[in-house]
Design a binder for this molecule. Structure first.
Ligand SMILES: *Cc1c(COP(=O)(O)O)cnc(C)c1O
Length: 430
């Protein structure tokens, strides 16, 4: 692929410097950014402004489900933009209706509300739960420790991690946190005000921790017993990433008695439109009309443009068998990481995840010879070394490095990624 900028000439300076200066002066510094200035991509390859190539195993944090600059997606955007981009939800448009039908087909009878982000999709779940419990005075939602549900004001109250709330008190009322995968603790936490339980099928920001089948089935029974809604945040672990449309479908595969399992609502975003901003929630049949006309809305939700893109992504995922690819390439990557864990146990402590949502947990920083001298979390240090080796990944907390690549990652790309992870791990072992 043709590089947009020529490689840097020694002594002339980095072409990214001007971009960094713009950020320094004009962009709110709410993100800790890596030093890379990225310019363009193709599939799972990304180039920076100096012309350096990276293998993208972060996928824009589980967003770029078909990789970068997918020609069919780009064409869909162009065609729909020339036809109709936005008209508001005061009118019907065909792409929104067809996309809702497509998502329902992968879950179960129910309906879909369209939003623009994961945090906004989850806001819809909170409102659904409050509407459901309103007449009985129930409003409280139980979420899991280490969970992540977004950065809105209610989102940071929902998150089972104190760090997101710090400095933004008072927290929105009505959320309590209980240990993940702990049914007894959840049961004990239910109060007369409790109306719903919200969990991720695989905790993403919490270190790539899958729910156990017993936990999911037990929560369903518990929610039925106490008339609570079981809400699932599929923003990161959903959309075929684990090898099935939603992670609970993968986790409960082949589990006796799990056939009829269904949450009451599921939020989605990230991969849904392959990089075009989109969020949504599905709500099952019996609660599908709880949010009636006038009760919930968003200006940009479900535009013909966003929905056309999402429909195209869905069509390609189905046509190209990308759920199966996520499952098989994910298994290959996981086996490679597990082998590495056995060979370099002083650096890699554990490997977790399903399909193309994988994490490897690092040893404490002081115990890793190559990382001990720098007072920064080991996950960040590992991610930085991978940049130097030409691979993009994402930390998940201080100890875990995440792989959330495009669903169409090839075997050769997975091999390249593993080889570079191995190089970094061996170097860190000293
Ligand atoms: C990213 C994420 C969110 C928030 O999504 P935004 O689009 O950033 O608002 C919510 N839940 C989970 C599980 C996520 O990974």
């Amino acid at each position: 692929m043709k590089e947009i900028l020529p490689p840097p000439v020694p002594g002339v300076g980095d072409p990214g410097d001007a971009v960094r200066q713009l950020f320094q002066q004009y962009v709110v510094p709410s993100y800790g950014r890596y030093d890379l200035v990225l310019s363009h991509g193709r599939g799972s390859q990304v180039w920076d402004v100096t012309g350096r190539r990276y293998l993208d195993l972060g996928g824009g944090i589980a967003v770029c489900s078909l990789g970068h600059a997918h020609p069919e997606v780009a064409e869909t955007i162009a065609v729909q933009a020339r036809r109709l981009m936005h008209v508001s939800n005061l009118y019907y448009t065909e792409p929104q209706g067809r996309l809702a039908a497509g998502l329902v087909r992968h879950l179960a009878r129910g309906k879909v509300f369209f939003a623009n982000s994961g945090g906004e999709a989850n806001e819809g779940l909170y409102k659904l739960a409050r509407r459901y419990g309103h007449d009985e005075g129930r409003f409280e939602i139980l979420t899991a420790l280490n969970s992540f549900h977004g950065r809105t004001l209610a989102g940071i109250a929902a998150n089972g991690q104190e760090k997101f709330r710090q400095g933004f008190g008072p927290a929105v009322a009505g959320f309590r946190h209980v240990p993940f995968n702990d049914l007894a603790a959840t049961r004990a936490a239910i109060s007369p005000a409790t109306v719903a339980v919200l969990i991720e099928g695989v905790q993403g920001e919490g270190g790539i921790t899958p729910a156990t089948p017993e936990y999911l089935l037990g929560l369903r029974a518990l929610c039925d017993e106490h008339r609570l809604l079981l809400l699932m945040d599929g923003v990161q672990c959903g959309y075929f990433r684990t090898g099935r449309f939603q992670s609970f479908q993968r986790i409960l595969e082949a589990i006796p008695g799990a056939d009829g399992f269904l949450p009451d609502a599921v939020s989605m975003a990230k991969s849904l439109a392959g990089g075009f901003p989109m969020g949504a929630f599905w709500v099952r049949d019996r609660y599908a009309d709880l949010l009636g006309p006038g009760s919930h809305a968003t200006t940009f939700g479900g535009t013909p443009l966003a929905c056309s893109v999402a429909l195209k992504v869905l069509e390609i995922v189905e046509r190209d068998g990308l759920a199966e690819n996520a499952r098989s390439i994910g298994a290959f990557l996981k086996e490679g990481l597990e082998r590495l864990q056995r060979e370099v146990p002083g650096v890699i402590r554990a490997v977790r995840g399903l399909g193309l949502m994988l994490g490897f947990e690092l040893a404490p920083r002081e115990e890793i010879p190559g990382f001990a001298a720098v007072d920064k979390p080991p996950s960040g240090q590992f991610v930085h070394r991978l940049h130097e080796a030409g691979v993009l990944t994402v930390p998940s907390g201080a100890q875990v490095v995440r792989l959330l690549p495009a669903l169409n990652l090839t075997r050769a790309e997975a091999e390249e990624g593993l080889a570079k992870i191995e190089t970094v791990a061996r170097a860190a072992a000293g």
